[in-house]
Design a protein around this ligand. Sequence first.
Ligand code: ATR
Length: 280
Amino acid sequence: MTQFKAACVIGYPAQHSRSPLIHGHWLHTYGLQGAYMRETVAAEDLPQFIASLRARGYVGANITVPHKEAVFQLVQKPDEIATALHAVNTIWFEDGVLCGSNSDGLGFLKSLDHQTPGWRDGCNAALVLGAGGAARGIVYALLQAGVQQVHVYNRTIEKAHALHMQFGTAVQAISAEQLPQAYAQVQLIVNTTSIGMDGTSSPPHHFEACAPTTVVNDIVYTPLHTPFLHAAQQHSLRVAYGLDMLLYQATIGFEKWFGVVPEVTDEVRNLILADLGQGK
Ligand code: ATR
């Protein structure tokens, strides 16, 4: 019999997280002796909670809003990605040392690899809409993947400038006036803003200017079919949905804690979609 292991998601609140459903499904699928819990932890209790993680019986955790930056300060061994982003969403123990990483960027790349294979070929330039925490991880991942130029458009342009300051000349902040030109120049467009979660709004788009091979991704997954992706499809562009980024980022923690690389199947996709009250 395998050893029982438990992991959790730590947030404030942690109630909305889909992670227990995803990891619970994989634990069951692979017949592992384990559990994945929710832990609602307030900021003032966080240092003590992280310090006692092992004593509480956990082999690791996911970290969600608003604790990603705070827990980065508490891990003993952040990896390269976590250090670049100053934020962690996955923690685990190695020889008793608390390690931390940020799996969003890798999850994002794997999601595109799966949904829009070949997207990396000739992808020199990308347009990222939004400049929040998710955008930071995605810009980092795109640069790591070899994309040479990333244009960032954000309602608050100062935050796009901050990404340029962090990552250098490969990342440029652009204004609304420069958007049509950017849509025409890039091979990949990613919406990282929360616009679209209401099912009716969309970030500004100029899909008519795009080359026909342009790939369009929205990280919003509720609804799965956002107005942004719908508009891209109307122009016959290749689209990638947001749900797979959530699922692929989860595979990284699952492997660290439970020692199995789980497969992202239609079964787990449909489980989450059903929980969100959406068919595929
Ligand atoms: P996350 O970690 O998911 O990226 P975040 O850090 O709060 O969340 O960032 C949210 C992003 O969505 C930001 O780029 C935000 O733009 P601002 O920096 O101008 O706030 C963008 N965003 C959210 N709602 C928006 C709206 N109604 N119009 C334009 N941008 C919006």
